[in-house]
Design a protein around this ligand. Structure first.
Ligand code: EPU
Length: 443
């Protein structure tokens, strides 16, 4: 079927710093909306068509997992997928699941449709401890029997019943936990209430898709959702929302290079606290119509800033690393506090290699910005760290080589191509083209 090409572990990105980016860039579909929507397609036997799906390795993995579960999965265009899960089985394979944490959101749909699921527990994650206790507690609250056998979560949902679930945790609401609880309850007869639900735009988009499939959900976008179970869901055609994190990353690319960008397809009403922080820091954000944003920045206007990552509409943790790179270029003291994943600072040792002045104290990164960055070979540790290091490379003196590019390809569609169209000097190279001493030791 060829749904998931293996990530190319042997490529690096060469970035020549020093260009002010200029031009127009199109934002693609949201990764974190598309992944649970692939899972949601399993809730009906009928065909679902998803449009505006980003072309990413995580999405292709999800397609492969659905195929393994028995669904017919067809990519009918670069960004359109057809999923027909007439007959499916409940066991997800460890080889695929371990590559992508988001596969945990298959739990809800499988339990709802088949009354059972077997999904390997996601393992360690470089951005910090990411338990799934809230996902499992929600299912248990609904009467499911949950057990862990040899690393596999097994759920028996034959006696599921509606109830009121508090789904918040120590760090606030859980995004994929909320998605799972919604999907587990849409086919459960009676009224289920979720208190402390996540209200991220990706959850709202999931609710819209499920509503098209015939689900009855009230309160999407708030912390309280009520779901009235229905007997069956049908297929639908749904267009995935634009990726707010990708859009905001381009805002930061414009800002860090002191460029002038028009960002097309961005939904500015989904940027929450990010917009406020950018404006306070002196980045000019000028909406041009409904889905275009002009970004202009000059060095003289910029101020250091403070952020605290929080659930939506707070400052997203998925932009903390990129904002950290930006702060490195602004004279003065910026403070970035990470409240969702308190140790998500793997980008910082790499920024230090480029001459940044950043210290980490507990969940705080303290940036002494304004010193010029120097290009260096750096290692991506995760998706957002990759984006942060590319942003830093765009303004560094000389060349930056980013290793482990497969992290980037999980979540940014054609970032290098889009940056090149804006005037950046970036190119993918086979790692084998580097002198031996510069190759990544672990790849
Ligand atoms: N948490 C628990 N128990 C749980 C679930 C979560 O304690 O059962 C904690 C987490 O450890 C974290 C907080 O709750 O401290 C929030 O985690 P959440 O469950 O919301 O994260 P997620 O659903 O696993 C999604 C995104 C992440 C994004 C987070 C936070 C997807 C596929 N992933 O993860 O995206 O960082 O929400 O907004 O939607 C990324 O795109 O780079 C990425 C990591």
């Amino acid at each position: 079927m060829g749904l998931g090409d293996p990530p190319n572990q042997m490529e690096i990105l060469r970035i020549q710093g020093g260009t002010h980016l200029e031009g127009e860039v199109q934002v693609g579909g949201s990764k974190n909306a598309a992944l649970p929507q692939f899972a949601a397609a399993l809730l009906s036997e009928e065909e679902t068509i998803l449009e505006n799906v980003p072309d990413l390795s995580d999405v292709r993995f999800m397609g492969e997992i659905l195929h393994h579960l028995g669904a017919s999965v067809e990519r009918v265009g670069k960004n359109t997928w057809k999923i027909k899960p007439t007959n499916i089985q409940p066991n997800a394979p460890y080889e695929l699941v371990r590559k992508m944490r988001a596969s945990i959101c298959l739990l809800g749909p499988l339990v709802a449709r088949l009354k059972k699921a077997k999904i390997p527990m996601p393992g360690g994650c470089v951005i910090g401890h990411r338990p799934i206790d809230l996902h499992l507690l929600a299912l248990e609250d609904m009467g499911a029997l949950v057990s862990l056998n040899q690393g596999v979560v097994e759920v028996d949902g034959h006696d599921m019943r509606p109830c009121t679930i508090f789904i918040g945790g120590r760090h606030g609401s859980t995004v994929t936990g909320t998605a799972n609880a919604i999907m587990a309850s849409v086919l459960t007869d009676g009224l289920t209430t979720l208190d402390g639900a996540a209200c991220e735009p990706e959850i709202v988009d999931l609710c819209e898709m499920l509503t098209k499939m015939g689900a009855k959900i009230k309160g999407a976008g708030s912390h309280k959702l009520t779901i009235e179970g229905v007997k069956n869901l049908h297929g639908c055609t749904h267009r995935v929302i634009p990726d707010r994190i990708e859009g905001a990353t381009y805002i930061l690319a414009g800002a860090i290079t002191r460029g002038k960008l028009n960002i097309k397809g961005i939904l500015t009403n989904q940027l929450g606290a990010f917009t406020k922080v950018m404006r306070e820091s002196g980045v000019n954000l000028n909406p041009l119509g409904d889905d275009m944003l002009e970004v202009t920045t000059t060095s003289e206007e910029l101020n250091p800033f403070e952020i605290i990552t929080l659930p939506y509409p707070g400052f997203p943790t998925d932009l903390q690393a990129q904002a950290c790179a930006f702060a490195c270029t602004i004279p003065g003291l910026s403070i970035l506090t990470e409240r969702i994943y308190p140790s998500r600072f793997m980008h910082i040792p790499e920024l230090l290699r480029m001459g940044a002045k950043v210290s980490v104290e507990g969940p705080n990164a303290i940036v002494r910005g304004g010193k010029r960055l120097n290009g260096a070979p750096v290692m991506a540790s995760d998706l957002r760290a990759s984006a942060a290091l590319i942003l830093a490379g765009l303004v560094a003196d000389g060349e930056t080589w980013l290793h482990r590019l497969y992290h980037l390809d999980r979540g940014y569609e054609a970032l290098d191509k889009k940056l090149r169209n804006l005037g950046a000097e970036v190119e993918r190279l086979p790692e084998s083209s580097l002198p031996h001493s510069f190759r990544s030791p672990l790849d």
